[in-house]
Design a protein around this ligand. Structure first.
Ligand SMILES: C=CC1=C(C)c2cc3[nH]c(cc4nc(cc5[nH]c(cc1n2)c(C)c5CCC(=O)O)C(CCC(=O)O)=C4C)c(C)c3C=C
Ligand SMILES: [Fe+2]
Ligand SMILES: [Fe+2]
Length: 363
């Protein structure tokens, strides 16, 4: 049973400070109509697809939204949890735990989660927080590495919301935590625990979500931050260069994406006689379609079909206590200077004062 901390709000007051954990979003159901709604919103974001709008509109509505929803729905159905889409289940649980851990450390903050695409949407949750009287807001995108498609798009959504408001809360953003020591240590712990149970692989593959290759030349720091996470994780595990490999998955469309690609790399490793690979996805804070289906089902099958003998998937940090404590410390650092510390309990102070007076009277 996991430790379950509870938020400790001061004297039943609504906190004036909130942390909003923002993740990518996911369909409401594993069905073609729900996928069509979700993909239409996701793939209309000009941060995600950076090609001329008129051309893209034709391709998106003429081809992609006719074909992809049914195919993607079947994939989602294969990993759907009883409580819903894995990404939403984990993100919701992380927000709850983050509220508890911050409360335990004496911070009176409301913690909520929101999705960039789908539900609950960022504007909706921001409206609710503002209606509750929140005046200071820390936006924590659930992406360790910064990219234009993810982190910047989250910032866009929040900024867009502020244009509709007169009285804007104070805002802070966490742009990245790809090299945060607590984050790296939690990843390393999860690998070590796996190896203690299952023995070690011939190769540890660290698979990150891909991006179009041109975004690197355009100055997106994503590629460098993925490589740094990979290097730091390898250092924490004392791995030599030939013991691990950083790859990029989830290529979308015909253009060149960041290389090496995950699945072809796994096939090549199998062909070269690498018997066992362990795959971890340190670019995802929670398990989702891209890890559970694309890696743990599809990539596994590809590796084994190419002659590999043993494939292990090491889950994302999800609700691991070490990962949650790292996220808590990260939020705490970004909350500094805001008056979030719970005020001393007035009734308890009065009791102490009376006890002190009674002692004084007795002496
Ligand atoms: C972790 C960082 C992510 C980056 C960077 C990213 C870039 C990116 N993604 C697409 C297209 C798709 N991604 C899809 C799913 C998906 N992507 C991420 C994260 C990043 N994407 C997550 C966490 C997920 C899973 C969501 C879930 O519900 O579990 C999908 C949808 C699934 C499908 O139909 O296959 C698409 C499409 C692009 C084009 C892009 C960069 C330009
Ligand atoms: Fe994606
Ligand atoms: Fe995918």
């Amino acid at each position: 049973m996991r430790y379950q901390p509870e938020p400790a709000f001061s004297h039943g007051q609504t906190p004036r400070t909130a942390v909003l954990l923002c993740n990518l979003g996911t369909p409401d159901e594993p069905t073609a109509p729900a996928l069509r709604r979700y993909l239409a919103q996701f793939l209309s974001d000009t941060r995600v697809v950076e090609i001329p709008a008129i051309v893209w509109k034709v391709i998106l509505h003429g081809i992609i939204l006719r074909v992809r929803p049914a195919k993607s729905a079947a994939k989602y159905a294969s990993v759907w949890m009883p409580e819903g889409s894995p990404l939403r289940v984990w993100t919701e649980r992380q927000a709850k735990l983050l509220g508890g851990y911050l409360g335990e450390r004496g911070h009176a903050v409301a913690v909520r989660y929101a999705m960039r695409y789908g539900n609950p949407g960022i504007p909706q949750v921001l409206d609710e927080l503002a209606a509750q009287g929140v005046t200071r807001l820390l936006i924590l995108p659930a992406y360790p590495q910064y990219s234009g498609a993810t982190t910047a798009s989250t910032i866009d959504a929040v900024s867009q919301w502020t244009t509709q408001r007169r009285n804007i809360p104070e805002l802070r953003f966490v742009n990245r935590y790809h090299d945060d020591p607590g984050f790296i240590a939690a990843l390393a712990n999860s690998v070590r625990e796996h190896w203690e149970r299952e023995g070690r692989p011939d190769k540890l593959v660290m698979s990150f979500h891909g991006m179009p290759a041109r975004t690197l030349a355009l100055g997106d720091p994503y590629h460098c931050e993925c490589l740094k996470t990979g290097r730091l994780l390898a250092e924490a595990l004392n791995l030599a260069k030939e013991q691990y490999l950083v790859t990029f998955q989830s290529r979308f469309g015909k253009a060149k994406w960041l290389e090496p690609y995950t699945e072809p790399s796994l096939k090549r490793l199998a062909a070269e006689g690498v018997a066992r690979v362990d795959v971890i996805c340190p670019g995802f804070s929670a398990d989702c379609l891209e890890t559970l289906e694309e890696i743990n089902l599809e990539a596994r099958e590809a590796f084994l079909a190419a002659g590999g003998k043993d494939f292990h998937y090491i889950p994302c940090l999800n609700d691991r206590p070490d990962g949650m404590r790292a996220l808590t410390a990260l939020a705490e650092r970004h909350l500094q200077g805001w008056p979030t510390q719970v005020a001393p309990d007035a009734a308890a102070l009065q009791r102490q004062r009376e006890a002190a007076l009674a002692l004084g009277a007795a002496s």
